[in-house]
Design a protein around this ligand. Structure first.
Ligand code: HEM
Length: 162
């Protein structure tokens, strides 16, 4: 690109052009990496809704959780599709997606269920199984678990021991 016969100013201009080009490419690369939300890495709303649907389908009939009479009664009263809708919106929003969660707060919607720490652990085990079944990578699994963990203090009302 730069030849012996080239005017030095032209050579400088070429160097400046190449450098600024690579800086732009570098800046764009950085921005692209920053913009890749967990929502995008999970593949967006369609795969998120499938994983949430499977998760709720696994939770609803679970014998360990339904040994708690308050949970069992709520399962009979509250339609699974309603929970799927709300939890999908919640996960979509929490992972940086375009949805808005319009359901109740976690404390308000779970307080009457008397959820223990051991029931919480059971739910986390099922959640991990569902993520593994769908091939969610380790990094994204950890980030989803951190989101779920952030709600534990509002949902678990007793230390358990059950
Ligand atoms: C052991 C753990 C959990 C159990 C047994 C459980 C069970 C339930 C049940 C039975 C309901 C219906 C309550 C009712 O309306 O009477 C409910 C509501 C709901 N749960 Fe959970 N849940 C658990 C953890 C979570 C977690 C970790 C999340 C999300 C981070 C979540 C999100 C929701 C949402 C969005 C609703 C609906 C709120 C509304 O009605 O506006 N739950 N849950």
């Amino acid at each position: 690109m730069i030849t012996r016969s080239m005017n030095p100013w032209a050579a400088l201009a070429v160097i400046a052009l190449v450098l600024s080009g690579s800086q732009i490419a570098f800046a764009q690369g950085g921005a692209e990496q920053k913009q890749r939300s967990l929502y995008d890495r999970l593949g967006g709303l369609a795969p998120i809704s499938v994983v949430v649907s499977d998760f709720i389908d696994a939770l609803v009939p679970d014998a360990v959780l339904n040994a708690n009479p308050a949970i069992s009664a709520a399962r009979k009263r509250v339609p699974a599709p309603y929970l799927k809708y709300h939890v999908t919106a919640q996960v979509c929003q929490a992972t940086g997606g375009p949805c808005k969660y319009h359901g109740r707060g976690m404390k308000e919607s779970h307080a009457h269920l008397n959820i223990t720490k051991s029931e919480w652990d059971r739910m986390v085990t099922i959640f991990k199984e569902i993520l593994a079944k769908h091939g969610v990578p380790a990094k994204e699994t950890q980030e989803l678990l951190a989101i779920v963990d952030s709600t534990e203090a509002e949902i678990v009302v007793s230390g358990g021991g059950k």
